[in-house]
Ligand binder design. Sequence first.
Ligand code: SF4
Length: 327
Amino acid sequence: MQTESPRKTGRYTYGPVPSRRLGFSLGIDIIPLKNCSYDCVYCQLGKTKNKVLLRKEYTPAQDVLADIEKALKNYMHIDFLTFSGSGEPTLHKKIGYLIREIKKLTTIPVAVLTNGSLLHLPEVRDDLMNADVVIPTLCTADEDVFRVIHRGHNTVDIRNIINGYIDFRKDFKGQIWLEVMIVRGVNDKPEQIKRLKKVIEQIKPDRIHLNTVVRPPSESSAHPVSHEKLQELKDILGSKTEIVVDFSETAKEIQNEDTLEMILAIISRRPITADDLAKTTNLPKKEILECIKKLSQKGKVMISEHEGRKFYTIRGIDDRTKGPQQG
Ligand code: SF4
């Protein structure tokens, strides 16, 4: 499970952060750092402090909901509410309740990033039934490689996990986007990926996301593979597969493009000031103004004045050039 970049906006929420896969994603962090059933060599959160399989209410569900409600009021543009963050979210025994309560508050889709280690448990599969997208990890079909990459809790068994995924797919009506993290020299051989493909064919995910170690890992010995290698493995895994890596040289560019798109989406809904954009996106005003400048240069955004304040509007929509709408 790859976590998102943290930008805390509440005790249990962060973002919304622009994400390639989930658009403008509000992170929900319900597990204290770092309780996890795995201790992945590529984890960007460092070593696991508490390797656990115990499900309990790690954080008070009512407080988490209060944070989410506040964020929904404060931010106009959220594409996904995403359970992710400082540990494995399915360890929280009230994650099912939280998803159901979120569904009463909003129609914004819910995603869960999970390492999948508990999906063999019927109660965990039930808990995730109301999510819209579940993004579980499966890096290998081989027990020995699984142990090297994830260093899971002693009782975690890869066959159990795979069977849990297969069972989950049978009942889950939402999308499953399977994440495959590739570590150089560990699970990057074509024969290994061919074996993994056979297992994935039984799981039947909607998409396969191929990733590699581009963020600083827990173990300095965990290295990324090249884009060419990912392309080779993608070809083996087939047409549902996409490479979702933010290679360092392109990461900032991609993030910037995502941010521009998000800002444009917000402006297209109503004229808005730079201050309100900063509040809505949780980005610094300086960054907002730079984005506005780029969008203006591309001819996508124009400025209108109302009561001495500058509003940004979409260029070419006549009724939006007259000033801000009420409400
Ligand atoms: S599953 Fe792995 S990557 Fe995700 S939090 Fe646990 S140790 Fe880190």
